[in-house]
Design a protein around this ligand. Structure first.
Ligand SMILES: [Zn+2]
Ligand SMILES: [Zn+2]
Length: 289
């Protein structure tokens, strides 16, 4: 039920974004009449790096965590279940958002446009690195903060039932995964150790292998050689966080494996959005030709 509600909300969000994109195109046509407002909207962008945003999101998460574990009907088992559900739902959201940034949101759109541009540049130059803590966690904080706020609102309106605790803890879990999603994505690239050119050459070589299993094995060799901390590598290999062997299948064709938390939702997203991604990519390549 929660999943259906969340998918519904996201779909509504996409349609609003598409309407906004059309509205924005109209604004461009009226640029001469309203030059200042168009320019200021086109440059509207969230800061790439903001320690105060990280501190705010971290503080909001701790408050939400404290309030959640103090709820009536709080239970360790329900909390663990909520963490697992939020792992799937959070992963699904990152996958849907990534699809939107790759193929739906126009680059000139305020706030979302610069993010879409960054996602597309990430295809050409996959330089993400986990040592960029502040940049990675700033991006996570933007996604995590609203989810912590929703968690606190849910607690304030809670009926005190076990279901109410499960829903609240699920939002809290999503806030947790959101906070770390970009850091997790960076561990799937190790940009400071694997040069983008070498990486792209490896991806091209691996993409020519005949089976998916061989492709995964070759990616595994590439990342086993990178200096990923052992605990992180263990979490990657046990699929608790995004496994580079899986994520880099996205970098072969940009048509599948969009998620950024753990890849649990990739089979669902590939099934639903894979054909659409192929169509949109072919259309954009034809337009560029
Ligand atoms: Zn992408
Ligand atoms: Zn990537």
């Amino acid at each position: 039920m929660l999943l259906v509600l969340l998918i519904g909300l996201f779909t509504k969000g996409l349609s609003i974004a598409k309407s906004y994109a059309l509205y924005y195109d109209e604004l461009i046509l009226k640029e001469n009449a309203n030059r200042f407002s168009v320019r200021s909207m086109a440059t509207l962008e969230l800061p790439q790096s903001s320690k105060s945003t990280i501190a705010l999101a971290g503080g909001a998460f701790i408050i939400a965590l404290w309030c959640t574990i103090s709820m009536e009907n709080a239970s360790v088992w329900l909390f663990v279940l909520a963490l697992a559900i939020s792992g799937f739902v959070g992963d699904l959201f990152t996958g849907l958002a990534h699809f939107g940034f790759d193929y739906v949101f126009p680059e000139k759109m305020p706030i979302l446009g610069p993010i879409a541009k960054e996602f597309r540049e990430h295809h050409d130059s996959p330089t993400l690195d986990p040592s960029d803590y502040v940049v990675n966690l700033t991006k996570g904080a933007y996604a995590s903060l609203p989810l912590s706020i929703v968690t606190v609102v849910l607690i304030a309106t809670s009926s005190g039932s076990w279901l109410s605790f499960l829903c609240t803890a699920t939002f809290l879990g999503m806030s947790f995964w959101a906070f770390f999603f970009h850091q997790i994505h960076s561990y799937a690239h190790m940009g400071a150790c694997v040069s983008p050119d070498d990486f792209k050459a490896s991806v091209q070589r691996i993409s020519r292998l005949p089976t998916l299993e061989e492709k995964r094995r070759e990616f595994e060799k590439l990342f086993d050689a990178a200096p990923i901390p052992p605990v992180i590598r263990l979490l990657q290999k046990s699929r608790i966080i995004l496994n580079p062997e899986m994520h880099n299948l996205h970098h072969i064709s940009f048509e599948s494996d969009f998620s950024s938390v753990n890849g649990w939702s990739d089979p669902l997203i590939n099934w639903i959005l894979g054909p659409l991604a192929r169509r949109l990519k072919a259309r954009s390549e034809a337009a560029d030709a």
